[in-house]
Design a protein around this ligand. Structure first.
Ligand code: GAR
Length: 217
């Protein structure tokens, strides 16, 4: 099967980008990254891409008077690199409906919560304040509304008594690093289809048991 060509968009340290770089390094992984685009000059993830020999572009939103100008530069860079699937990996700018429509069903995001819970910022602080027993991460197709769209994969992570925001974020991040490569692989293998705004997975392996937190005695 041909490799799916990815473009990854980042704003920061790029640990999810690194997880995708590491996955793509495996010979049987069905995708490769053609370009990494940062909207913040010097974003930590750029060095990760360079270390892996992946072309990078810095397209700083501050250099553009309009969102449309900024995003058309991004689209041109993605298209120029032959990108087939765009992966937002800690990209912290809202994208306009026009950009989202241009890349409809070819644009995915990872968010640090079990969507539709805790959309937006500070998801871990809000999960802790609510006393939920599980949170997690979600990889989903992007729609114009923030943190909305067909869900490809989720990982549930227990919230432990004594967790602070950093401890919980670290546990969720470790799950993100497995969830993003999994979701991209499913898409690259042609096993994900969108129907009625739900993503259906062909031959999905599913867990067969409930998870309890606290665990049953
Ligand atoms: C990740 O936790 C990702 O889920 C989150 O930003 C972090 C980026 O970390 N994304 C969002 O909150 C998007 N709404 P990374 O740069 O180390 O991958």
């Amino acid at each position: 099967m041909a490799e799916l060509i990815l473009g990854v968009m980042i704003s920061g340290r790029g640990s999810n980008l690194q997880a995708l770089i590491d996955a793509c390094a495996s010979p049987d992984y069905p995708a490769r990254i053609a370009i990494v685009i940062a909207n913040i000059p010097g974003a930590g993830g750029l060095a990760r891409a360079e270390a892996a020999g992946i072309p990078t572009a810095t397209i700083a939103h501050r250099d553009f008077p309009t969102r449309e100008g900024f995003e058309s530069e991004i689209s041109a860079a993605l298209k120029g690199a032959g990108v087939e699937l765009v992966c937002l990996a800690g990209f912290m700018r809202l994208l306009t409906p026009a950009f989202v429509e241009t890349w409809r069903d070819r644009l995915i995001n990872i968010h640090p919560s079990l969507l539709p819970a805790y959309k937006g910022l500070d998801s871990h602080a809000r999960a802790l304040a609510d006393g939920v027993r599980f949170t997690g991460c979600t990889v989903h197709f992007v729609r114009p509304e923030m943190d909305v769209g067909p869900i490809v994969a989720q990982a549930a992570v227990p919230v432990l008594s004594g967790d602070d925001e950093d401890a919980l974020a670290a546990r969720v991040l470790a799950a993100e690093h497995r969830c993003y490569p999994l979701a991209v692989r499913l898409i690259a293998e042609g096993r994900v289809r969108i129907s009625d705004e739900r993503a259906l997975i062909d031959r999905a392996a599913t867990p067969d048991r409930a998870l309890f937190n606290p665990a049953e005695d």
